[in-house]
Design a protein around this ligand. Sequence first.
Ligand SMILES: Cc1cc2nc3c(=O)[nH]c(=O)nc-3n(C[C@H](O)[C@H](O)[C@H](O)COP(=O)(O)OP(=O)(O)OC[C@H]3O[C@@H](n4cnc5c(N)ncnc54)[C@H](O)[C@@H]3O)c2cc1C
Length: 456
Amino acid sequence: MFDLIIIGGGPAGYLAAERAGHGGLKTLLIEKRFIGGVCLNEGCVPSKALLHSAKIFDYAKHGESYGVTTTGASIDQKAVIARKNKIVRNLVAGIKGQLKASHVTVKDGFGEILGRDNGIVKVKVGDEVFEAPKLIIASGSEAIVPPIPGAKEGLEQGYVLTNREILNLDLIPKSMVIVGGGVIGLEMASYFNSVGSKVTVIEMLDKIAGPTDREISSILQKNYEKKGITFKLSCKVTGLPKGLVEYEESGKSGVKQSVEADYVLLSIGRRPVTAGLGLEKLGVLVERGHLVVDAIGQTNVPGVYAAGDVNGHWMLAHVAYREAEVVINNLLGKRDVMRYNAVPSVIYTNPEVACVGETEESCTAKGIAYRVASISMNYSGRYMAENANGDGICKIVVDPVRKRLIGCHLIGNYASEIILVAAMLIETEMKIDDIKEFIFPHPTVCEIIREAIFQL
Ligand SMILES: Cc1cc2nc3c(=O)[nH]c(=O)nc-3n(C[C@H](O)[C@H](O)[C@H](O)COP(=O)(O)OP(=O)(O)OC[C@H]3O[C@@H](n4cnc5c(N)ncnc54)[C@H](O)[C@@H]3O)c2cc1C
């Protein structure tokens, strides 16, 4: 008998387990594959390890803009993957150590809910049955494989990949087609473009980068077009025969076009993992594939919670962490609720894109009054010093009545590190006049936020 059972050892699950164990709850964490989940093993961390190798390679190839000439720069894909694997191993070992230190019992295997009796949930792993009054479902998400002819066969034969396989690809393909121009697709497009593949991105919408500010998406696209990536927007993939990607342009249905591809990445989105969990035994509400939770992460069944990608809110690791924390705080008797108005999101391309809060487009859609200040990143001396011909921008969105920041959108390097400042200003609802009194370190790219605020 445990106080708490957690199904899924990704960011939501392992953080919940650590916090619960630390708070004195007798906790069982069940994981069917790898502790660390998608994020550590086949998502955030491995992709960033690859992208950093690509960045170093890019600097080596294009150093002349900074007065540095190198000859014979090359990239060893096997070494890049080996380095990535080492980082993942070390981080996973660290998480396991923290779980141990928090006295969490970790069980390898598939967790299946059997039901609830007198307020006690029963979960089966192999031949064993575990019991607890509280349950957190943190089973995460998986790549969507669309029913496109050839997709299933391609996955079986290895020329069609998801995030799982691409992060272990130890060769550099001559050509790569990325189906889906969202965050994961763009990061992988960036990597394979840097290392020398001919990359084509096929996207169903008329812009890349999903809900990202339209102007920033367009700057990102132009940057990558200059680097040689081809974008096919408003196009739908219709077939994946080996060596080819067939697609149709919106409005030209029936007119088949195609592009050659040694490898194809499917990155059209992710869906919550719910199959086989036994949710129906508890009557947990699932809507459009995801578990429905309230502001404290509780499902419609008292004592049963869901955190992370499985609840379908934001499929981001840092959101998963916070959702897990909210659940555990409430379980430990501390009232805490989730807020999603200041969630930063980053695309780790080169240049990076980072956003938080409302965009001009979302304000218009919601009928929110707004003012915008948009400035070149070249207002920052450090940005200029470090980004030859950089065309980044910083755009801030302000509530003109309450005089508060409600959105910030950046394209330019270090954006990933800077965006937290904007998120904090939004979350704390700080007045624009008060923000003006902050002293920013100089020279930093972060100063761009201060510059943008003073443009209002
Ligand atoms: C390529 C890629 C790059 C990404 N980059 C970023 C990024 O830069 N920043 C960011 O914030 N997010 C990123 N993400 C998203 C991030 O990985 C997820 O948001 C995060 O992993 C969600 O955490 P989670 O705990 O909800 O689920 P997961 O990480 O999916 O973990 C769920 C775990 O549950 C286990 N599980 C499922 N069912 C069962 C069961 N029945 N029994 C036992 N175990 C089970 C799974 O094996 C898995 O380990 C990226 C994702 C991908 C694919």
